[in-house]
Every structure is written in C-alpha cells, then in structure tokens.
Design a protein around this ligand. Structure first.
Ligand SMILES: [Zn+2]
Length: 109
C-alpha cells in the first residue's frame, strides 16, 4: 500500500483546483467578446464555486454584477452615482444598493 495522503494534501489540492476553476470563470466573465448569456452563467457558477470552497470573490469581477440577484450591471438595469467619494450602485431589478469605496475623506484616519 502506498502511503496514506494526509488531510492537508487533499485540502491544498482542492484549494488549488478550485482556484483554477475560479480563474477560468473570471476569464470568461472579463472577456467582453463572450456572449452575455455565457457571462451570466459563468457568474452563477463562480458564486457557486466560491461558496462551496469558501473562496474570495476577485475584486475586478465583484463590482461587475449585482450580488443579490446576480445580474450584470449595465446602463439599463442599474444606476451608478458618485456621492461623498463613494460609488453608489443601485440595481433596478432587486432594488439593492451597494456602496463601494471608503466614503468621505474626513471620515478616514
Ligand atoms: Zn440586483
């Protein structure tokens, strides 16, 4: 019998494989030449992979879609405003509002 593989090895392998999958999905999502329906399903898959493997959502992708209803932001279904140094994104589908950025400078230390 070959030596038993430790739990840690399996964990590392799983993490590596899942982040490979994550990277592939990110590539699909970031490629604007892909069809919208493909990018949309890649987002749903990415969220599922992240949940299963407890991975972080890459920042570059996380701001492209609504985290609540998982639809791509575009000029039709969302509104973007800058207020007090924050980006405020409103989704018209689920009425969700996200605020990105640190906010007013006088709040920072
Ligand atoms: Zn939404």
């Amino acid at each position: 019998m070959a030596g038993k593989r430790s739990n840690r090895d399996i964990k590392l392998k799983r993490r590596r494989q899942s982040s490979n999958v994550q990277q592939e999905l990110v590539d699909i999502i970031e490629n604007v030449n892909n069809k919208p329906i493909l990018r949309q399903s890649a987002i749903q898959k990415l969220v599922a992979v992240n949940r299963r493997h407890r991975l972080k959502m890459p920042k570059s992708v996380g701001i492209l879609f609504c985290k609540k209803c998982l639809t791509f932001y575009d000029s039709e279904n969302s509104r973007t405003r800058i207020k007090h140094g924050q980006i405020i994104k409103s989704c018209h589908i689920c009425q969700d509002v996200r605020r990105l950025g640190g906010g007013p400078k006088h709040h920072r230390r």
